[in-house]
Design a binder for this molecule. Sequence first.
Ligand code: MN
Ligand code: MN
Length: 326
Amino acid sequence: MRRKVDYSKYIERPHPILKFKDVSEEEKEEKLRKAGDVAKKILDTLREKAKPGVKAIDLCLLADKIIKESGIKPGFPLNVSINHVAAHYTSPPDDDLVLKKGDIVKFDIGTQVDGFIADTAITVDLGNNPDLIKASKEATETAIDLIRPGTDTRNLGAIIEEIITGYGFKPVINLSGHTVERYVVHGQKAVPLTSKKGGSIVEEGDVFAIETFASTGAGEVRGDPTRINIFRASPVTPKLRSPAARKIYKIASETFEGLPFAERWLYEYLPKREIVLGMRELKRVEGIIGYNVLVELDKNALISQHEHTLIVTSEGPKITTNGKKE
Ligand code: MN
Ligand code: MN
């Protein structure tokens, strides 16, 4: 007989108690902006620091430090995704990855205040690819300018696709922008990067992270099964054998509040031996969910990305990650 599968653990659900509607619009905006200001500060700093010869882990630790010093919490670990790597790479402990001349480096950071998340990304060009950078920047900015209550995001996808293909590149068709819910990075609604995917209808007060990816390759990514360095606690409490696994699950669900985390963050709480043992069990019983590193089908491709988080209003978007208060 076919084994019964519990799919619920794969679904990112809104936090059971805390939702956006539980706070006023003013408080929501204030917290989103507070998170967004720190995220912007991190990207501004990384833009200056990203040079050939710099270690990826030093940039990840710098992002971790800025969040800590700001007195807020991470929404997810800094993604440092280089060249054909599109997303979900953060430095594992003892990472020896070094930025080099010619690299296209995407920095994607998540921060949060009481579950109000900022999700924003830039691309730093260590080579000479000005059009590739412009393509995703212009596509993201244009979609942001146009989003209103009632917008069918499929139309934004068509515009994004037209801009990126106009530069001679391909949008990454299996990545998309998305709504952000309280304590949930990826909500239900999507902003596709093509007209060929289904859209969603935008509503007043929705919080969207609009992001676009321009690729010199196939315009499609896949998960690399051998590389996972971002995890989150399964919303379904697992049955765990070892004290180490139980400790990590508690940290992942309480300290990290069920949001994505990097393995390196555990070193502040536990010795390496317990982390290795506990993570092994958690992966086996799916007490934690991993995010595979996403790579282009074409391993010689270069990908650029730009992203901002915003609140939808009938007068236009309030961008919460650009440091400006319109
Ligand atoms: Mn992002
Ligand atoms: Mn995003």
